[in-house]
Design a protein around this ligand. Sequence first.
Ligand code: NAP
Length: 505
Amino acid sequence: MSKSNELQVVLLGRPELPRLQDIFRDSFYEVEGLPASRMLADGRWMEADGLMPVDSPIDGSEIGYVQRASAPMIEEIVEKLDGHMEEIASIPPHKRAEMLEKVADLILEHSKILSDVLVTEAGKPMHEASGEVNAAAERLKLVYQDLGRLLEVAIPGGYGPGTESKRAVIIRVPVGVVAAITPFNYPLFSAVAKIGPALLAGDPVIFKPASNTPIIGALIARLFAEAGFSRFLAFVTGPGGSIGDAIVSHPLVKAITFTGSSQVGKRISRVAGLKKMHMELGGKAPALVLEDADLELAADRIAYGAYRLSGQRCDAISRVIVVKSVADRLVELLEEKRDEWKLGDPRDPSTKIGPLIDRKAAERVESLVADAIERGAELVGGGSRWNLYFQPTLLDDVPLTARISWEETFGPVIPIIKVEDEGEAVKISNESVYGLDSAVFTSSVERAWRLALAIEAGGVTVNDFPRHGLGLFPFGGVKDSGKGREGVGYSLDELTELKTMVFKL
Ligand code: NAP
């Protein structure tokens, strides 16, 4: 195994946030030469009693500050948001959709600063950052398709005794204040995919970003405010561990749309009680490779699905379950592919994967790899860490006793698990506590269909790696991977209530 000090990444100088354009000025001020963001509540940009520093994963240096809200502040903010329910309801949905389109236009207008912040704050390679910015704008432009979900349904009576002279109309009504809590890995897209549909539905939103990536949150909150949503969107920052309970347990918060780890999701479920709950949680996506698979295609797609964004994706392929007869050839092809995944400073346009988000994450990935090797896995390539930079890594013959066979990796590691046949592949796949995404590589439609039904996961992708994209195909998990579905139209199911009106005629 190579030693961690063999890996060096050439850094392009000290990371700095880009200069803020005028539009962002009232949401930021300067502290010791760095930008500090304010919070948004009741249409005003406000400060809390303390600040939290924000570090760049590029080299660990401080790049800015955000407010550290307190639990009593959260209570006040939620009460004020709830007070704006009637006002947002008085704006017709088509007008709200137009306002969301305006946010999309503002995102495109400010795409440079948004993607530069994603690179500096989240450590995303430049092409990934600009891809996320465009996806955020495109998602908001799709709200006209979401509108279709708000159509009302009429049910005639007479199909059951006692209903002959009745008719029902089923409408969707706003649920009330929605808490949108987002993770670090897609900090812009996740925010937009939650806030957009909630505002479209007529729900005021309290938005809390991950503390690793709050500055991009402040920028997008500013753009929603600019488009006319300033009284209907509150933007708060602070450690989830200290303000999370105050947000999710507030009686006026009626729904929670959360994306993050299963551990935090479970805690929120316990603390929040009987609220509407949409949970997009962790994953351990398997790629099942069968003997009739196109192995070149499988290797290319698996490498992409596992290494993209340093594996810090809930839908990342994080275990490959391959039948023995084709396993060695697949490993050879994967090792060739690994070379294409250049690790480096995310500001270098040739970099394909950048740093992991923080030290804890990097050390975790390192310990998962070390544990697998200790338990008998063979390190085919990679395996080294330099600060937060972890090499794309390929592990062969990973035993089921290794932690990496079961725990979410969130790092650029492909563990190969060899099996006798399709049946054993499905069995191992389903033994996971997670059930978010999965992939099957086969040339038989019949097998693909059979496996897709047998695999316990919210999504199965055949002959490609799973990706959630804009949400045109709804996504979400089973088991510890969550509940509810995110996606165009589907998100509105989580953010509205059905009301049944029965008319006796
Ligand atoms: P995380 O640690 O669970 O944090 C997610 C969010 O929850 C952050 O805003 C965090 O705030 C907040 N939080 C922490 N403790 C809380 C509490 N007690 N109450 C309320 N909120 C609390 O997740 P992460 O590390 O940012 O993101 C990685 C995880 O997200 C992975 O497990 C990944 O699989 C999952 N994910 C899932 C999907 C999906 O679609 N299923 C998509 C993307 C990511 P702080 O940062 O202040 O702690």
